[in-house]
Design a protein around this ligand. Sequence first.
Ligand SMILES: *[C@@H]1O[C@H](CO)[C@@H](O)[C@H](O)[C@H]1NC(C)=O
Ligand SMILES: *[C@@H]1O[C@H](CO)[C@@H](O)[C@H](O)[C@H]1NC(C)=O
Length: 290
Amino acid sequence: MKYFTSAILLLITASIAVNVNAIVTGTYFDRIVFVIFENTGYTQAAADPYFQNLTSRSNGLLLSNYFAVAHPSQPNYIATIFGSTAGITDDNNHNVAGNNVVDLLEAKGVSWKAYMENYPGSCFTGATAPSGSHLYARKHDPFISMNDIRTNSARCANIVPGTQLDTDINNNAVPQYVYYVPNQNNDGHDTNVTFASNWFKNWLEPKLTNPAFTTNTLIFFTFDEDDGSQNNHVFAGLLGTPVVPPSNHIDATTYNHYSFLATVEKNWNLGNLGRSDVGATTFTQYLVHP
Ligand SMILES: *[C@@H]1O[C@H](CO)[C@@H](O)[C@H](O)[C@H]1NC(C)=O
Ligand SMILES: *[C@@H]1O[C@H](CO)[C@@H](O)[C@H](O)[C@H]1NC(C)=O
């Protein structure tokens, strides 16, 4: 009886381990890695050699008419996972009720994590960290503002420091939905777009040689908002084997942050949140599942 029980426990443990790594196949990609930068108008970012280089690659695409949805920063981040700005018009701490992308992902078994550079972990809810610094800023972490994430310990544990991504790559355990927020130096907020693109190059290039990161992965990078002078026109690019670009590597369709959410929803047939994600144009025109 004792051995029998142990055997069953082993079987249960094994099947849980398998489920953690199960991949939900998408229509266009099996993983999306979203990286968001700060406060730069389209023309400044489009002039940056590294951002130009990325979108010109054989599997790169420039989204040349992509728009942020608000000022200042925070409502843009909220929009990417909530489908509206939730009425937020500032960068103060807010607690947001209602469903969000995590509810949709979890309902279909799509794994997710929110990687926040310099996040102290343990469901930290303060405005900035580490103490005496402001490298992590809650205004750039929409997940902690969602009531059904912040008050749910299992979900809250999926908000992790940025360094966790390399660990997850080494363990071949990168989730299917990766939302990556560089700290306020690396994202250009307290620096500039040159600093941000140098950081991105050093961060991204080694990962591009690792199948645990790249297999059927769509990498999507953009800016939260412009510099206040370009009607919120921001730079946005796609990279990865799911991208089959036209010869000029440009998709000039008009998109915005709700397009990102709608693309995720469409890829995994998640349904929608019933907000501005409904009817948002998805950037799937030049995507083909590898
Ligand atoms: C991007 O930069 C790399 C490294 O400098 C270079 O080898 C590659 O040719 C560049 N690609 C494009 C499309 O400019
Ligand atoms: C960014 O700042 C550095 C110095 O910190 C400067 O060399 C560089 O030209 C700046 N880039 C832009 C696009 O302003």
